[in-house]
Design a protein. Structure first.
Lengths: 187, 776
């Protein structure tokens, strides 16, 4: 079966420490004040003393029906051979259509390159060399897992076999590759 | 193939989807929410996490020039906080490109925290100190001239000589953030005959060290979180006060089904992963005593353990007899049934249960008694030297005593230093004097907040000079303004740091150290359940060529002061090789791996398989018994068994002021580090929604906090996650040094609002101040 890369985020295990946020910045040379990913707090929810809180990882959802790809006039935003959404910075004219189209607000114009930029599973520097994305490899809480969902021996497949995952804005039919698991979390 | 018509339809469909999202918002993420969401607790200081760049396309950079260049890995250790985690530093073209955890260390598994990840941004920060400097204007004016190292050394040597002649060597104090530099830094102090050498520990875990020493005769006791099934935090916050190995162990325990109970007036990230008990401030000892009361009343304590391994339990039994859950409910505000339930759950999961002994302790004046009582409850259940409980660290000297383990014991060598002169008088904090509390203060640490007191009052004798190494008492020690007043009165202040800290800005001489990524340090022993040695080595050449490593700075200064014979080494390669040789290790090996642990050794718990195994080799008290009642504590403080002391609670209109750690910063150390400052440039004051309503204070509003003596401006973070009688801010902000350009003037310096009360064993008291809050 063909590879189907996916990221599984077990929300209950995220401690909001931002190790992923910073690792991504250095790995991908993201300019000052800009981020490909971050794990902001959601909450506290509720009324003292009955409160709860969790962290939500923000990143490109790697849609299989990507609106950003659809609207790109220069084909800079495209699917690579694995079906992952990538941006070819050389083809990007910085028109921002993709920023407007992305329902997850996951894109930005890189201050230094002028091109649209976003989370890529560290394709350029790591995934293409057989390494895990930087955020996954530095995750303190053990919240992040990455791999081939179609491989029953992968971590991601094992986790997805045990827990029910959700996609963000699944009603849009974007078919993301980021699986959110909310087991043990009060939403 | 899509026909043009289909494509047009598809675009229309997509635009319709976008319109729907714009109008009604998505279920998961609203438009621009990605931008607005903030770090937990940043309050009014939300960080934009997406951003818009230039409106026109910039010239593209040369296509990934670094991608084709070779990346090398240098194994070293981090210093973004005090924990010295093993790291793998990625170097491309002589520049550090990224830092990861050292995969050769299974405790870290290649993981490192946000601060560790941000190391390169500190390394290349143009705001670092770059040249030695001597003050030319008023103290605090920021007027300095750049000088050569030789001029700086000469100035210091002459001034110290003057002070020695006029007031004696004891008039010069030395204080550092504890670390491998102390071997070098302290040799200067010891060399001039000063007894007044301090670490930062009194502001951090010193009361815990005192407690452990009083019970076990050793401070080297640790908790095996990863294998525990029930963990109670008494204000401990592993998920924001990050110690990578411990944080990971806590998450591993949770993953394996452990329950976490968190006593904390504030809803910390750790509290969000378990049961939050918003205990009334400064009453933790009542809770712990009631736990003991319940366990004794139930008769469920480990009688065999107590009989076999401990002494003085009978006196503890008497002390907690009337400390019933009903009594504790009145003290702590925690319902008695909750106390009983937690005590019974703790018993049920023992010995794989941990009532945590804390990290940054020193909450109240008698905090050491809280730490003792905590360990009493653990020892009542026999949670010692078994998986999931506490254990003594298994460094070489311990392993040597166990024949089946002795092959794993490889002892590091010492570098011989000639005998230092005996100080001619006692220490200013009474450390080491029998019959007074100073008897309990660890000699290597001392009561650091006594230094400003002695400078200002001249009692018990004057302090005229102060050497500060990689430590920032203006922010780290309570009552900042009093510290500043003291600094202004000094004849000599020498500060060695990498930034123009809030303490450095008052110095006579500033010595710029290079960063941890540019230097060697002494090999350090980080043994836990197995022995472990860790190397720090330079990953790159000096970024600022006129900075130096501390081992070189103090050696060169010593030579100038006529103390060169205390530094019997040429360079650190030689120093480290001499340390490693007796262990049969080499510098080359350490450079290749960064870390050494004995191959094949499994975690060693003395009682894992034999619950009657002797603990004589790790308990160094009378008859090798773990002491509940302590003769030594009785002698020092007349309280051989902890007694409950009721501290005042805030009156109507007042709040107890507490502080804590955030995951993306290290205390007074990182507020100016570019990437971390970008993530969280300032803090704000957490105030309960209901309390804020009464004061008419809204989220993000400017406020003034006052403790009656000092005032501080700040912003309010209105939240449901804190007791109505308590306010909180993260530590390390509100920086006053203009040289910290990013951090300067941003947020609240909590220690400005805490009076300098020195606790019973020399600790600072972080949570005893009350404040009022009003709109600015």
């Amino acid at each position: 079966m063909a590879k189907h890369y996916g990221m599984v985020i077990q929300i209950a295990k995220c401690i909001g420490c931002q190790a992923c946020t910073v690792a991504c910045k250095f790995q991908n040379k993201v300019p000052e004040g800009q981020y490909r990913t971050m794990s902001p707090a959601v909450g506290p929810i509720g009324t003292y003393p009955n409160v709860s809180m969790h962290f939500g990882k923000e990143a490109c959802q790697m849609c299989q029906n990507a609106l950003c790809v659809d609207v790109c006039p220069t084909k800079a935003s495209h699917y690579d051979e694995n079906g992952l959404v990538m941006v070819d910075a050389d083809k990007c004219v910085g028109c921002r259509y993709c920023l407007a189209a992305c329902p997850y607000d996951a894109r930005f114009i890189n201050k230094e390159t002028g091109a649209a930029d976003k989370y890529t599973f560290c394709f350029e520097e790591r995934l293409s060399k057989g390494l895990q994305p930087a955020c996954v490899s530095t995750c303190l809480g053990g919240s992040l897992s990455f791999g081939d969902v179609n491989d029953p021996n992968s971590d991601v497949a094992k986790i997805l076999g045990k827990s029910k995952a959700e996609f963000r804005l699944s009603e849009l039919g974007t078919k993301p590759r980021i699986y959110y698991i909310y087991d043990g979390v009060v939403k | 193939m899509l026909t043009p018509v289909v494509i047009i339809l598809k675009i229309c469909e997509n635009n319709l989807k976008k319109l729907v999202i714009f109008l009604f918002g998505g279920k998961g993420v609203n438009r621009r929410q990605f931008i607005k969401r903030a770090l937990y607790g940043a309050g009014g200081t939300a960080v934009a996490i997406s951003g818009f760049g230039a409106l026109t396309k910039a010239a593209p950079k040369p296509a990934l020039a670094t991608a084709t260049n070779e990346e090398t890995t240098v194994f070293s250790s981090c210093e973004m906080c005090r924990n010295q985690c093993p790291v793998a530093v990625k170097v491309v073209d002589g520049k550090v490109s990224k830092i990861e955890g050292n995969p050769n260390d299974s405790g870290f598994g290649g993981v490192i925290c946000a601060r560790g990840n941000s190391g390169p941004s500190m390394l290349y920060d143009p705001q670092r100190l770059k040249k030695p400097m001597i003050r030319t204007g008023e103290r605090g004016s920021g007027k300095y001239k750049e000088v050569s190292w030789d001029e700086a050394y000469t100035y210091i040597a002459e001034k110290v000589k003057e002070l020695q002649q006029k007031y004696g060597g004891e008039s010069v104090a030395f204080a550092s953030r504890k670390g491998p530099h102390d071997w070098f830094f302290r040799a200067i102090g010891k060399g001039i005959g000063s007894p007044n050498i301090f670490s930062h520990e009194a502001t951090c875990p010193m009361t815990r060290s005192v407690a452990l020493h009083s019970m076990f005769g050793s401070e080297a006791i640790a908790a095996d979180y990863g294998n525990a099934k029930y963990i109670v935090s008494v204000g401990r916050n592993w998920l924001e006060g990050i110690h990578v190995a411990q944080t990971r162990s806590i998450m591993k325990a949770i993953d394996n089904g452990a329950k976490i109970v968190v006593l904390d007036p504030r809803f910390s990230v750790t509290a969000s992963k378990g049961e939050w008990i918003p205990i009334k401030g400064a009453t933790d000892l009542a809770f712990v005593m009631a736990m003991a009361n319940v366990i004794i009343a139930d008769g469920t304590y480990d009688k065999d353990f107590i009989e076999r391994y401990t002494s003085g339990f009978d006196k503890w039994q008497v002390e907690v007899k009337d400390k019933t859950p009903e009594w504790a409910e009145k003290e702590t505000g925690i319902p008695k049934d909750t106390i009983i339930r937690i005590a019974r759950e703790f018993v049920k999961h023992s010995p794989k249960a941990i009532l945590d002994f804390g990290w940054r302790t020193g909450i109240t004046p008698n905090d050491y008694q809280l730490r003792r009582a905590i360990m009493f409850v653990n020892m009542m259940m026999g949670n010692f030297e078994v998986p999931g409980g506490y254990y003594h660290k298994k460094y070489a000297a311990v392993l040597k005593k166990f024949p089946e383990m002795s092959s794993y014991a490889k002892t590091l060598g010492d570098i011989y230093q000639p005998a230092f002169p005996k100080p001619s008088t006692y220490r200013i904090d009474g450390t080491g004097i029998k019959g007074i509390p100073g008897q309990l203060i660890p000699e290597g640490d001392g009561a650091v907040s006594q230094i400003p007191e002695s400078i200002l009052t001249g009692q018990p004798y004057p302090i005229k000079g102060w050497f500060v190494h990689r430590f920032n008492p203006v922010i780290s020690v309570t009552e900042s303004d009093r510290i500043i007043e003291a600094l202004k009165k000094l004849d000599l202040l020498v500060v060695c740091d990498i930034y123009m800290t809030d303490t450095a800005m008052f110095a006579d001489v500033i010595l710029p150290e290079c960063s941890y990524l540019e230097r060697y340090d002494k090999v350090f022993d980080m043994s836990g359940k197995t022995p472990k040695y860790v190397l720090r080595q330079p990953a790159v050449e000096l970024v600022y060529p006129d900075t130096k490593p501390s081992w070189q700075i103090y050696k060169e200064l010593a030579v100038k002061m006529g103390l060169g014979h205390y530094f019997p080494y040429e360079d650190m390669e030689e120093f480290i090789s001499r340390q490693l040789a007796p262990a049969g290790l080499t510098l080359d090996y350490m450079k290749q791996k960064g870390v050494w642990t004995p191959e094949g050794m499994k975690p060693f718990y003395i009682r894992a398989n034999d619950h009657t195994a002797s603990l004589d080799d790790i308990v160094h008290r009378t008859d090798s018994k773990i002491e509940f009642y302590s003769e030594e504590v009785e002698e020092a403080t007349k309280q051989g068994i902890p007694k409950y002391e009721q501290y005042p609670q805030p009156q109507e209109g007042e709040f107890r002021f507490v502080q804590g750690k955030v995951a993306v910063h290290t205390n007074a150390g990182t507020a100016n580090v570019p990437v971390l400052n970008e993530l969280m440039p300032e803090n704000s004051l957490w105030i309960n929604q209901e309390s804020a309503n009464k004061l008419g204070i809204r989220e993000g509003e400017d406020i003034i906090i006052s403790n009656g003596k000092y005032e501080h401006k700040g912003k309010a973070k209105v939240t449901q996650g804190i007791r109505p009688d308590t306010v909180f801010c993260y530590h390390g902000f509100g920086r006053i040094s203009p040289g910290l350009k990013r951090a300067y003037g941003k947020g609240i310096n909590g220690n400005k609002l805490i009076n300098n009360v020195i606790g019973e064993v020399g600790n600072v008291c972080t949570s005893m101040s009350f404040v009022t809050v009003k709109k600015a």
